[in-house]
Each structure stands twice: as C-alpha cells, then as structure tokens.
Design a protein around this ligand. Structure first.
Ligand SMILES: [Zn+2]
Ligand SMILES: [Zn+2]
Length: 359
C-alpha cells in the first residue's frame, strides 16, 4: 500500500502550482480516506489559480472530485443518506462542504454556510492531514462529510462535476419552484448552464431558452434541449410571439454578468422567479426597478453551493442522464497530475467546457 500522497500545491503565485509529497494520513475518528479517481477543474479553481479570486494559501485546489474509499476511521459513515453501505473499494462523491449539523446556519437549513464547515478545495494546507483538495492523489474526508456511493453506470466525466456544478443546479432548480409546464430562460451555456437546460427539461419545463453570446457554446445548448439565443433581445422577441402572456416563468442567471441580470428581469411574467447563481465575483451594481418587483410579484433568489439533498438529486439526475444528454462530451481532456499546469492552460480556452485531472 502507498505511504505517500502526491499533491499539487497552489502557494498563491498566480498561474503556478508545485507538486509535493506528504505522508499518507491514517483516518482518525469520523474521517474517511479516499484515493482520487478524477477531478474536473471548475471555473472557480481557474479564478483562484489566476488570482481573480481570493483563496487562503497554500492550498490544494479542486472540488469536483470522485474518489474510491481506501480506509475508514472509527465512527466514520458506513452508510450513505440513501442507505447504501460505504466500504473500501466503493466509488464515491461527497458534498463540497462538510458540516457540523448544530451551528447557527446548519440549524437554519444552510449547511453550506456551516460556521465550522470544511470546504473541499478551498482550505489552507496546515499539515499532512489537510488533504482537502481534488488536485492530489488522496483526500481525507472530514467528519460531517455527506458521502454518496455512485451508481456504477455513471462515467467519471459525469460524476466528477456532481459535487459542484450538478448539485448547484439542483439547488437552483429547487429555488426556481415547480418547473412543470414552465418557460425557462438560462443565461450562460457553460457546464452549469447546459446542465440546467437538461435538468429543467427533466423536471417538466415546457420551453427552455439558453442565452449565450459564444456561437459554439450556444449551438451546444441545442443538444441539451434549449432554443439557443444570441442575446436577451433575441430571447425577448421569441417569447413575444407566443400565444400565452409573453415572457418566462423562470430565469436562471449563470453568467455572473450584471447586464444579464438587468436584461433577464424584464423577461419574467407575473409571479416569475429569477435565480442568481453566476455572480460569484464582485461586479458592478445592477439597476433594478423595485416597483417592477412589487407589481409583477417577482421573486429573486441567490443560490451559493447547496445542501446534501441536492447532491443526492444531482446523482439521481446523472444516473438518468447517461445516454440521454451528451454530458460526457463536456469534459474534453483528462491529464495526469504531473501535467496540472497544462491542464489549467487548456481550461482557459473558452471552447473547452471542462478539463479533468486523473492522479
Ligand atoms: Zn465549483
Ligand atoms: Zn454547522
């Protein structure tokens, strides 16, 4: 058995990571040691790597991770929330935040904001037990981690993003309310946007539109069941021509653009809901007309990360999505950990949706 873990360490020098070795820890009470099978690079990893986002350093980035259990500490979870047993050799995903279950925010239904939480891929490396990121050969899962056994039929390319992109979209869809018969506008056709198009369909949406200025990304959204729109203006003209009251029931903003939010709100019908997900970096303030929110009875919801139930919903969605939605094509490259620098370089190419790393 291996006694060393290999890690790609980000020390805060933008555009650089260094490979290091650490002694492999023995899991303590409540901990689970996994071997990393693959980790996809999320947009926020890229932002941290390039210095567009503050992250405590040194750190092991990477939080869209699939692993295989190799060792379980005393009292660590032996069953997942669906009642499936957890044993060495099992292929698993886990929620991005390990939560305590009894702090102020945990008790208010926001375990992702746990005051004692451990957020994978976002924690400083303090010692050899801080194996918290996916850009490594191993991860040490903290007590309070929600670990799910993955169905065997879900390939790595679909399973890796489950713990960030897919589960976040499950949380966004829940915030959007009942999607059966709804007309939905998705802003942005990255992995989150394309997943949102497919999930909205699976939840019974009537029509799904995807606003994306980049032509290759927009044309891909068509394969995820969306009507591709170059701009909000084009979407507006499409919904004007419908026979029912013009507009959308739901918009999901994934681009992070203030302008997109300003363009999205007027597209909503009476009683519509806007779910904001993309604005995870500081941007200019939005011009919003409060009277319009009041008279049109609009709901604005922000969604950041998710609760454990959303990861369960994400895995259930992915199990059904295999062969129905071309999600497997969205991870274009898999590189070894030794080529992590090149992996980040490839991930900067807007034509690539996700790049994966296999240690
Ligand atoms: Zn992420
Ligand atoms: Zn807590």
């Amino acid at each position: 058995m291996k006694t060393q873990a290999r890690i790609a360490l980000f020390e805060g020098h933008h555009g650089q990571v260094v490979l290091r070795e650490l002694p492999l820890p023995v899991p303590a009470a409540g901990e689970t040691l996994v071997r990393v099978l693959g980790c996809t690079l999320c947009g926020s990893d890229l932002h941290s790597f390039e210095g567009r986002r503050q992250v405590p350093v040194p750190t092991i980035l990477g939080h869209e991770i699939v692993g295989e259990i190799i060792d379980q500490g005393p009292g660590s979870p032996r069953e997942d929330p669906q009642g499936q047993s957890l044993n060495p050799g099992d292929r698993v995903t886990w929620a991005i935040v390990a939560h305590c279950g009894h702090c102020f925010y945990c008790l208010r239904g926001l375990p992702q904001k746990c005051q004692r939480g451990v957020k994978y891929g976002h924690e400083p490396l303090r010692d050899e037990r801080s194996l918290n990121g996916g850009l490594a050969s191993h991860c040490l899962l903290a007590p309070g981690s929600t670990i799910l056994r993955l169905p065997p039929g879900i390939p790595l390319a679909l399973a890796a993003p489950a713990s960030c992109a897919t589960a976040t979209i499950a949380a966004a869809c829940e915030a959007a309310g009942d999607l059966r018969g709804a007309d939905v506008g998705i802003f942005g056709a990255g992995l989150l946007g394309l997943t949102a198009c497919a999930m909205a369909h699976d939840r019974g949406a009537s029509r799904v539109y995807c606003v994306e200025p980049s032509s290759p990304r927009r044309s891909r959204s068509i394969r995820f069941g969306a009507v591709g729109c170059e701009s909000a203006d084009q979407l507006s003209s499409l919904v004007q021509s419908s026979e029912v009251p013009p507009g959308l029931d739901v918009v999901v903003e994934l681009s992070g653009s203030t302008a997109a939010l300003e363009q999205a709100l007027p597209l909503l019908r009476m009683g519509g809901t806007a779910v904001l997900v993309g604005a995870v970096f500081p941007g200019p303030p939005a011009g919003i007309v409060p009277e319009q929110i009041v008279r049109r009875q609009l709901t604005l919801r922000g969604i950041h990360n998710y609760s454990p139930r959303h990861l369960q919903q994400a895995v259930a969605f992915l199990a059904e999505a295999v062969g129905r939605w071309p999600l497997d094509e969205l991870v274009t490259d898999w590189l070894p950990l030794e080529e992590i620098g090149r992996a980040f370089q490839l991930a900067r190419d807007p034509a690539r949706i996700r790049v994966g790393v296999v240690p």
